[in-house]
Design a protein around this ligand. Structure first.
Ligand code: NAP
Length: 271
């Protein structure tokens, strides 16, 4: 694809952001659909200046990552209902200077779960209470699942439980509760700390669905333990691809073949 005077600019803002696989994934999608656009990584320090820059330069769309997903909300002109309820934005669409925020993590996680298992009426333990846990908790609550939050910080965990009207347990307690699905939303087990698991082996029961939203490595210690215990495992790649595909649809109005995005991300991960 030629970069010329008509090339539209998209990007991810975060800090740090150099490890992000989003540029590879979205540039592959633009190439596949022959869209004259480029997607870059912006490691930013000052969010206010960044937003002024986005408006001034007419950058058409953004992915938003750690630590700006909540902080960006007051700078936007409009925020989609689901993102507002979650309290986190991971996608911005710039429509002629009007910046609207969305959260596609929630839909990405839901799609990743639903393609592997029937979630209706299920009981789910979510490990973590950060931005990703909020997104997943809200969408699963909306779908009628019973939610239990397990988190290291009791205050943050209880805060999410109050918003979701659900039960809180300490991080060492998942083995004591019955759950059909367990989802890790903490970075525990992520490269380079690949020998760690957020829960003990006895929390993993045969037949359970265990999802880890970490995608590097693709099989975390948690997932390896879960597989050995006879659980159905789901890694973080489908959620990442589906949240990215939804971003692409919001920016361009075009459905992107997820296979293309998935291939390029797997290649980047040497999978
Ligand atoms: P966040 O808002 O910073 O929340 C992190 C959560 O993990 C908090 O609940 C924190 O507990 C907990 N935590 C962190 N370190 C821990 C440790 N050593 N032991 C126990 N708990 C720990 O981050 P986030 O935005 O939710 O993202 C979390 C992870 O999800 C990241 O690894 C991110 O890459 C991944 N993610 C993946 C996707 C995907 O598409 N696959 C999408 C979004 C995020 P405290 O409250 O006690 O601090």
């Amino acid at each position: 694809m030629m970069i010329d005077q008509d090339t539209e600019v998209y990007g991810v803002i975060g800090n740090p952001v150099r490890h992000s696989l989003s540029p590879a994934m979205h540039n592959a999608a633009f190439g596949e659909k022959a869209i004259n656009a480029i997607y870059l990584a912006f490691e930013i320090k000052d969010l206010k200046d960044c937003i002024r820059g986005i408006r001034a330069l007419g950058i058409r769309g953004l992915s938003v990552t750690i630590p700006f997903k909540s902080d960006i909300i007051p700078f936007l002109d409009e925020v989609d209902d689901l993102a507002m309820r979650i309290g986190a934005v991971n996608t911005v669409v710039n429509n002629s200077g009007h910046l609207k925020g969305y959260n596609t993590d929630a839909l990405g996680a839901l799609r990743a779960l639903e393609e592997k298992t029937d979630i209706s009426g299920k009981r789910v333990v979510i490990i973590g209470a950060g931005g990703a846990a909020r997104a997943i908790g809200y969408i699963l609550k909306e779908r009628g699942l019973e939610i239990i939050i397990a988190n290291r910080s009791i205050e943050r965990g209880m805060d999410l439980c109050r918003s979701l009207d659900c039960e809180f347990i300490r991080l060492d307690k998942p083995a004591d509760v019955h759950a059909d699905i367990l989802i890790n939303t903490t970075p525990v087990g992520m490269s380079p700390q690949i020998d760690m698991s957020p829960v003990q082996e006895n929390a993993l029961k045969e037949g359970m669905v265990v999802m880890d939203i970490i995608y590097n490595p693709l099989k975390t210690r948690l997932l390896a333990m879960a597989e050995a215990r006879g659980c159905l495992i789901i890694n973080g790649l489908p959620m990442f691809i589906y949240q990215g595909a939804e971003q692409f649809r919001l920016w361009t109005g075009i459905e992107v073949p997820v296979a293309v995005m998935s291939e390029v991300v797997k290649r980047e991960l040497n999978f």
